[in-house]
Design a protein around this ligand. Structure first.
Ligand code: HEM
Length: 223
């Protein structure tokens, strides 16, 4: 493909499943942050009001998105390890190579080129790993709180594991606090992630934001 006399190369980087999970996860996280902060501070209904329906609906939305996030977190971990394409797994090689870290830091200072084994740079890989771990922690602490509210069905099935985790974390109040603290991690991540995604496309002419929409990385031939 050519645009304004520059030849562009097209490369498939993200499968349909990875793209669908990315956007579904983004949507659930945004709704979870908003509904979670509302649960923590239900400012729309006065303390003496008998209107408890709004809180119930917001908790329902939180749980629906929460279970969506649980399902995506498990499916995404499966895809990372067992997916057909190894483009994500290959990036781990850069994480354990000090030269790759140096190359990445230098490119942030506009020196040299990023030479990656897979689709992510080492810092990007470590950040995504940390956010996946945070998602897993949110799912665990969320499910523990769920089991403390709903004692039958899934809540009942999770009860013995949930009470063990509650005790290990120092009580239910601590579970709630950690669930709340980690929420801020997602807020901070979201801002940096969007900034970096746009900046990366401009800086490297590679893997711009459209790659996670179309699945294709379009970049000039010489890059
Ligand atoms: C990125 C993911 C998530 C975020 C940002 C988030 C955020 C929050 C926040 C801020 C609260 C209020 C805590 C407080 O009272 O201070 C909350 C409560 C809660 N969350 Fe989450 N959450 C997430 C995922 C989940 C998941 C996966 C589940 C379960 C499947 C879940 C279940 C709950 C439950 C049961 C409560 C307590 C509701 C209540 O007290 O009525 N959350 N969440």
């Amino acid at each position: 493909m050519t645009t304004a006399n520059v030849a562009y190369k097209q490369e498939k980087v993200f499968s349909a499943a990875i793209r669908a999970f990315h956007w579904l996860r983004a949507l659930s996280i945004v709704i979870l942050v908003a509904s979670g902060f509302y649960i923590a501070w239900p400012y729309l209904v006065g303390a003496d009001s008998t209107d408890v329906l709004l809180q119930g609906w917001i908790r329902f939305v939180h749980l629906a998105c929460g279970f969506t996030l649980c399902a995506i977190t498990i499916s995404r971990a499966y895809l990372f390890f067992f997916g057909k394409s190894d483009i994500e797994r290959r990036s781990f090689r850069d994480v354990i190579r000090p030269q790759s870290w140096m190359a990445q830091i230098k490119t942030y200072l506009w020196m040299g080129h990023l030479d990656k084994a897979g689709v992510y740079g080492p810092l990007q890989f470590v950040t995504y790993f940390a956010i996946s771990l945070m998602a897993a922690l949110m799912c665990i602490t969320g499910l523990v709180m769920y089991a403390n509210v709903f004692h039958q069905g899934l809540g009942g099935a999770l009860w013995s594991a949930a009470s063990w985790i509650t005790e290990s974390m120092g009580g239910l109040a601590m579970v709630r606090l950690w669930h709340h603290y980690i929420t801020w991690g997602f807020v901070i991540f979201l801002v940096i992630h969007i900034y970096m995604a746009v900046w990366y496309g401009i800086r490297f002419k590679h893997n711009a934001v459209d790659a996670i929409v179309s699945g294709y990385d379009y970049h000039p031939e010489k890059h």
